[in-house]
Design a protein around this ligand. Structure first.
Ligand SMILES: Nc1ncnc2c1ncn2[C@@H]1O[C@H](COP(=O)(O)OP(=O)(O)OP(=O)(O)O)[C@@H](O)[C@H]1O
Ligand SMILES: [Mg+2]
Length: 674
């Protein structure tokens, strides 16, 4: 028997150099850490698409022996006396070598390294002009794309933000002394700042190591260690078992995040996940755990264990994917509490039984013993079909609603223009066909682009009143905001809510104009409607109907007809504004206006007549035109947009607008007139 020794093929060294380096920014960070280790007070990094320089004013290499021991040989163990902050492996410089041809200058020495073409051989010369500190020039093996250069610069700024040396990057100082920033906790071990949202960035003595996802510790934020963390070879992870400093910091972060999250009225998904993990592991007092809103129902609402046990439908439990239409319906019915599948995932369990087990033992709600029913069982007999009905089957009442909704969808389109800056033509094109359908699960549904179906059940009880108009407009907006099919699952993400909010004005306008159109729609389809339905109209609708029919109300003078003076007015005298309800005014004639290319009594005609006489603030012009025509502002605003856009089809280049800041004036385009 003999004892033999493992050896190393030189090629391993090349491999280690290449593979240890993750990114160029990481290699640059190695260089900067070396500068700190050399006692530098400043370090200047320059990076272009072709080359890199790192120059410092540290002690450099002071002798040929140091070069042979520390530069030439990889892995030489460190001596206590070197007093290094970061240096551990005597390998880091290899990362800089792997990205390009290196020239290192220090004292009167110059070392030229080119691992790509010369492998492990390098050139050393010893009688160069004196260089203070140490400076490294690298010409990159691969030219950086502009986006790579920008990305690398950004990464360096992040990685080295708190490095304890004055670091400049392409001439700009980018390092910050953590002592000058505001922190939530400053301990012997670390500066700690906790924030919701994105990840928790951890810095080892000022140099970035990694970001923890915020669900891992239940928080985002920044930790800058003040003592050495034990890191892996690539310096991109913490060796938690060996690192007492990190364990202490982590305990603090965890404890503070939990304290904060327990009190927070609304949690984000990551915070919920972390707390659920802690509840599942019985790390939170049962009394506190019972009040955390960690249980998400099928419609996306979050409730606490105690609310769950108390809820009217808490006796029977089932589970469905979040947003499931049928699940939603079942949940609303109160027969079951329908848990969203994601809740099980959050607690790391696969069955409702295990989830209830956690509620009973870890939230201290032992008396709660719900029945578990599979979703299939629970929805037996419930119909999740969505059927579109042949128009021949539509009732007069349904027809009236279809025509009301269909023709007033332009208000929604206007809402899109208004709220999401959508181009007018696109918004009008985005209108969807309105149809009647049958569904047990939904009030309305859409394929996300071509149609919106309103269910019979919904239309049946919709009143011909302002209230009914508002309900219908709300549903119309809701469906318009779905840009995907919503028959199966029905999830409302942040984008949906934002669109709904931003475009809501369109729904208000739509409700108003539907309400105004009600008498007409009822008359059109009304011969076949019974008296009961007609009686559903509320008082205001009846008034509108009367006006529509008789042009006025009994016992009153018909309102004066609005006129618009000629331009230019010889003597501008204040115009008395008739004090009448907008809807009561019917403009039948507008005095001929020289050069008005539009029909006098049309919206276009009136807008142009007004708008070409003087400069207006847009809203004033719309309000005035609305007063004169009795039309909703939304529809006039759309007409105005057309008038101001000479390229629009229906305008034909007849008009355009001159703008001066907030004011507009409409002008006629002689050349293009049709
Ligand atoms: N800018 C510098 N100024 C002075 N000496 C330097 C400089 N850069 C590197 N050195 C010397 O070269 C040695 C090797 O550097 P290298 O980064 O490869 O290893 P390290 O810093 O010792 O350990 P680690 O692998 O953990 O980074 C260092 O120990 C140091 O003595
Ligand atoms: Mg190093």
């Amino acid at each position: 028997m003999e004892t033999r020794r493992f050896t190393m093929h030189p090629h391993l060294l090349l491999d280690v150099m290449r593979r240890q380096a993750g990114t160029l920014s990481k290699a640059i960070a190695e260089g900067v850490m070396n500068s700190v280790d050399a006692g530098a007070t400043r370090c200047d990094v320059g990076l272009t698409d072709k080359g890199l320089t790192i120059a410092d004013d540290g002690k450099g290499f002071r002798s040929r022996e140091e070069i042979e021991e520390w530069f030439e040989r990889f892995g030489t163990p460190h001596e206590e006396s070197e007093g290094k902050t970061y240096g551990t492996f005597r390998m880091g410089r290899g990362q800089i070598f792997s990205f390009g041809r290196n020239v290192w200058r220090t004292g009167r020495f110059k070392m030229s390294v080119d691992v790509a073409s010369k492998g492990l051989d390098y050139d050393l010369s010893c009688d160069e002009a004196e260089t203070r500190g140490c400076s490294i020039d690298v010409s990159l093996y691969k030219v950086l794309l502009p986006s790579e250069l920008m990305g690398t610069l950004r990464e360096i700024e992040k990685m080295l933000k708190y490095v304890p040396v004055r670091l400049s990057l392409n001439g700009k100082v980018v390092s910050v002394d953590p002592a000058t920033e505001k922190w939530d906790h400053v301990t012997e071990e670390a500066y700690v700042r906790l924030r919701g949202g994105s990840g928790l960035s951890v810095y080892n003595l000022g140099v970035w190591v990694k970001d923890f996802s915020s669900w891992q510790l239940g928080t985002g934020g920044v930790v800058v260690s003040r003592k050495q963390l034990v890191l892996n070879f690539a310096r991109n992870d913490i060796m938690e078992r060996e690192c007492a400093v990190w364990r202490k910091v982590k305990r603090l972060v965890d404890q503070k995040a939990t304290e904060r999250n327990k009190r927070k009225p609304t949690l984000d998904d990551d915070e919920r996940k972390r707390l659920a993990e802690q509840v599942a592991a019985a790390e939170i007092e049962p009394r506190e755990a019972a009040d955390l809103k960690l249980f998400t129902d099928v419609s996306g609402r979050h409730v606490s264990a105690s609310q769950l046990a108390r809820s009217r439908n808490g006796g029977d439990l089932t589970v469905a994917p979040k947003g499931d239409r049928l699940g939603d319906k079942l949940h609303q019915s109160g027969a079951y509490f329908v848990m969203a599948e994601e809740t099980l995932e959050r607690f790391g369990v696969s069955t409702l039984k295990d989830l209830v087990g956690i509620v009973q033992s870890n939230c201290g709600i032992r008396h709660w013993k719900p029945r578990f029913v599979s979703f299939r069982e629970a929805t037996k007999g419930m119909d999740s079909k969505h059927v579109i009905l042949d128009p021949k089957q539509w009732s007069p009442r349904e027809r009236a609603w279809v025509s009301l909704i269909q023709s007033n969808q332009r208000s929604l389109a206007y809402g899109l223009v208004w709220g999401s800056d959508m181009d007018y033509g696109k918004a009008m094109a985005a209108r969807r066909k309105v149809v009647v359908g049958e569904s047990e699960a939904a009030l309305a549904w859409t394929d996300g682009s071509t149609y919106v179906a309103y269910s019979r059940n919904f239309l049946r009880y919709l009143q011909f009143s302002m209230k009914g108009a508002m309900e219908a407009a709300d549903v119309a907006l809701h469906e318009q905001c779905h840009d995907d099919e919503d028959t199966g699952t029905h999830v409302h993400g942040p984008d949906f809510y934002q669109r709904y909010h931003d475009c809501h004005k369109g729904a208000t306008e739509m409700a108003v104009s539907m309400f105004m159109d009600m008498p007409k729609a009822i008359q059109q389809h009304g011969q076949q409607m019974n008296q009961w339905i007609l009686n559903q109209q509320d008082a205001a609708a009846k008034a509108a109907l009367a006006i529509e029919k008789h042009g006025g109300m009994a016992g009153e003078q018909p309102p004066p007809k609005a006129t618009i003076p000629l331009d230019p007015a010889p003597e501008p005298k204040p115009e008395p504004k008739p004090e009448v309800a907008a809807s009561a005014v019917k403009v039948t004639a507008v005095q001929a206006v020289g050069g008005n290319p539009y029909k006098g009594s049309s919206s276009y005609g009136i807008l142009f007549a007004l708008g070409s006489q003087k400069e207006w603030l847009r809203d004033d012009l719309l309000a005035e035109a609305a007063r004169l025509t009795g039309k909703p502002v939304a529809s006039l605003a759309m007409s105005l947009q057309v008038l101001m856009n000479p390229n629009h089809k229906s305008n034909g280049g007849k008009s355009g607008a001159v703008r001066d800041g907030d004011t507009i004036r409409l002008v006629r385009h002689e050349g293009k007139a049709a």
